[in-house]
Design a protein around this ligand. Sequence first.
Ligand code: 5AD
Length: 343
Amino acid sequence: MNITRNEVAEWLLMDNPVKLDELFRIADRVRYEFVGDAVHLRGLVEFSNYCARSCQYCGISVNSSDVKRYRMTHDEILDCAKKIKKLKYGTIVLQSGEDWGMDTNWMSELLRRIKQETDLAVTLSIGERKDEEFEEWFDAGADRFLMRFETTNQKLYEKIHPNLSGKVSNRFDILRKLKAIGYEVGSGVMVGIPGQTLKDLENDIMMFKELNLDMIGIGPYIPSPGTPLYEEKSLKNIVPPTVEMACKVVAVTRIVCPRANIPSTTALATLNGVDGRLQGLNCGANVLMPNVTPVKYRELYSIYPKKSALNEEEGGFSLSKWLESFGRVQGQGRGDSINLKYR
Ligand code: 5AD
């Protein structure tokens, strides 16, 4: 399906509800045709909330001095991996802040153990590291890497994601590097960051295509009390940080990048509970990331308030039954991106 930059811009502007329903239906059909009805489940383990960054939107930045810091042990993470296996999810996502106390070897050993003891695909979502580390961890068994570029608006990016002294971060270069190493690569943006425009989102979507991403995560920006961006008065909200706006971006992204794996994100669910997640799945998304972080750590991983946690262990909730109630099925196996074959 071909869609021009102008059409992308038009859809982003659209606020006629009848037309928007049409957009969501088109995206849902494209999703069905390219990636089918399977919803791949990724078990999310937030293994460390240490972070060296001072991102202005994030509740666990280095400046959030009242956050109690933790790093899970290998055994604790392995227990999560086994739980993920039991739930028949194909992937473990290891997510953390940019934790410089986590050294190269620590991660390599963890990856080798996960690979020895399970057949899960492993996704890293741990921020910016050295090229040599990306290489070593790929060799140790990591399959995929997620790193959102957050926005293509360079000025806005530099404001909300300050460089570390003496180190310029270029996430586009890093994403290309990860791909060259052999990772399945994911990125994404927040929708409704103060100061962000629809033109920026249009550029973001064109950038997803240019980077030929295998995975694309899109969620509404959620103001996090106590963070600099929450207090900021000079940047106005232009794009609404709503479920509907984020769903529009998901839908257009599905049409532009039909083979990508696209999650219905935690941030979507945080604004609108299970409903937000369902809306994402109905307008182009084909992945869910249930949180399997041990409960005692979960509230410490507070990147924004009231973060939703989709999980099956408590309350007898069955994700596969829920998916089947609206005509979808739990994905089998690792759920690799079909885009890999086309790069
Ligand atoms: N609102 C929404 N998403 C956020 N993230 C971090 N802080 C927020 C927030 N306040 C997202 C970023 C990051 C991902 C792990 O979580 O896009 O890349």
